[in-house]
Design a protein around this ligand. Structure first.
Ligand code: ADP
Length: 506
């Protein structure tokens, strides 16, 4: 007997109920890339048919009227100093079926900054985020009682939410007969762990048995990230390579052993980019637009960029950099070889802000090579787009890079990335080799050692390949055709959620 065409085909998996918890999310509040992730991921998961709710703190800087926040419910949250009433406000995430729930407690969150003021961390950050996580636990109860809604999984992001997986395991929030939601804890940058004096520990509302070197204690202090790493059902980071790197002494920031112990429950999912905002075919920051199908206008973007940066409009390879000027980004390696590079027919355009010593170093290089180096110190969204479009090559010599976004923008804009083999850079750029180009796979250049020699040699290789228009075009087009969208990342998270849900509890 012949099988029917559908025999054996998997039935549609059931949609998931997901609660994402993040300390920041676009368009409400942002200090870094995490906000982009927390804004885009719920939207894409909702598009995939899942029921998604996002929880954030209701910061003073969030304009409730603009975003349509309305009171949903008042909840009692127990804290170390007694029970506190908090307001849960609700709004929708623009353009999606996902909803946003904001924990409003003005004494903690009604301030100008998210985590700090004038560069100094708020002294009560542990108290603030322990409260936020306790409120999430109460919110779970309320969602169940009021709306009959129980998430399958809670996806918590970075140290500020690390107590969510801890509380899920330690507070008996789930009544008999209801399965405890599983937890996934994602590390966006292990360099930021939420470390506080031991005297703050009671404010977590946890028993002394959890303040040991096996859990939240870390060299005599409280380490919230460590709690999440130890007690979440599953862990992830923002690229597979970074998930391996954080198990090493070099990039583990003291938690490498803790991470390594859980390596069988650790995954890496590369971030996506907003392919509507970052689209060379529609980008309103650009003087003219282009696409993989029609690259004719890309050279005009280069000429306009040269003019904007006061460089001669000559046809030489143009190297671009857009970066925070901090040691993580390895720009000292670049500064070291600028004199060698400037002996060649090239131009360099750099946009960045940060550490004043880096700013001064590039200022002096710009003064020394005024016709070859273009520099803008500061934050300029439009110029970032114009560099991505106008440069021929984009440099990212990072010492470490959990995921990295700029190389993804570069791929999309046909600007060939030259990157160090670390974190998300290693996972998203396919390195040049004659064979990889022939097979249409190569999208950029990768170097291994964090040395200026390795960077220089790789730039020299890229400059040689640039002289072969056929090969160069193959690199450009392969990059532009790479799927760097959030839709791809959301599918990867969906797969990961199902994997976590299928696990036996440990
Ligand atoms: P990180 O989050 O470590 O700074 P990423 O590459 O993940 O590095 O993301 C950096 C983001 O910030 C990118 O969107 C980049 O374009 C932007 N950016 C960094 N510095 C500047 C700047 N000076 N002006 C404009 N955009 C910048």
């Amino acid at each position: 007997m012949r099988a029917s065409p559908n025999a054996g085909a998997p039935t549609d998996p059931k949609p998931l109920r997901l609660l994402l918890v993040s300390p920041e999310a676009v368009p409400f509040a942002k200090t870094g890339g995490l906000a982009d992730v927390a804004g885009a991921l719920p939207r894409e998961l909702a598009r995939l048919g899942h029921e998604v709710k996002l929880v954030i703190p209701r910061y003073g800087a969030i304009d409730g009227a603009v975003h349509g926040f309305k009171e949903w419910k008042r909840l009692k949250v127990s804290t170390f100093s007694g029970s506190v009433t908090t307001i849960i406000e609700q709004a929708s995430l623009p353009g999606t079926a996902a909803s946003v729930l904001a924990v409003r407690h003005d004494p903690y969150f009604g301030r100008d900054g998210l985590y700090q003021q004038a560069g100094v961390d708020y002294p009560d950050n542990l108290e603030r985020f322990a409260f936020f996580c306790r409120a999430v636990m109460e919110l779970l109860r309320a969602l169940r009682q009021v709306a009959g809604w129980v998430p399958d999984l809670i996806h918590a992001h970075d140290w500020q939410t690390a107590l969510c997986p801890v509380y899920l395991r330690t507070l008996s929030a789930a009544p008999v007969g209801i399965q405890r939601p599983r937890s996934l804890f994602t590390v966006h940058n292990l360099g930021y762990q939420g470390i506080f004096p031991a005297s703050d520990y009671p404010k977590c509302g946890l028993g002394p048995e959890l303040f040991t070197s096996r859990t939240l204690e870390f060299h005599g202090s409280v380490n919230l990230m460590k709690g999440g790493l130890v007690l979440a059902d599953f862990l992830s980071t923002v690229s597979p390579t970074y998930s391996r790197e954080i198990q090493t002494v070099e990039l583990g920031f003291g938690l490498d052993g803790v991470v390594a112990e859980r390596k069988d429950r650790l995954a890496g999912v590369v971030n996506g980019i907003d392919v509507e905002v970052w689209n060379p075919a529609t980008d309103s920051y650009l003087p003219v637009r282009y696409s993989a199908e029609d690259l004719a206008n890309k050279p005009a973007c280069k000429t306009a960029l040269q003019r904007e940066m006061k460089l001669p409009t000559v046809e030489v390879p143009l190297l671009g950099v857009v970066s925070r000027l901090v040691s993580q980004k390895g720009l000292d390696l670049l500064a070291d070889v600028v004199p060698e590079l400037m002996a060649l027919e090239v131009q360099l355009v750099l946009l960045g802000a940060g550490d004043p010593t880096y700013e001064a170093r590039f200022q002096s290089l710009q003064t020394r090579y005024p016709t070859k180096v273009g520099l803008r110190v500061g934050f300029d969204e439009g110029l970032a787009h114009r560099i991505e479009a106008g440069a021929d090559m984009f440099l990212m010599p990072s010492r470490y890079e959990p995921c990295g976004l700029n190389q993804l923008y570069s791929l999309r804009y046909g600007t060939v990335p030259i990157v160090r083999r670390t974190g998300g850079l290693a996972d998203t750029v396919v390195s040049y080799s004659p064979l990889a180009v022939k097979e249409g796979r190569a999208t950029g250049f990768i170097f291994g050692e964090a040395t200026s020699e390795a960077l220089l040699n790789t730039v020299l290789l890229a400059l040689r390949v640039y002289r072969d228009p056929e090969e160069w075009r193959s690199l450009v087009l392969a990059g532009m055709r790479t799927d760097v969208s959030w839709a791809r990342s959301a599918r990867a998270y969906e797969e990961l959620y199902r994997r976590v849900l299928a696990l036996e509890s440990k």
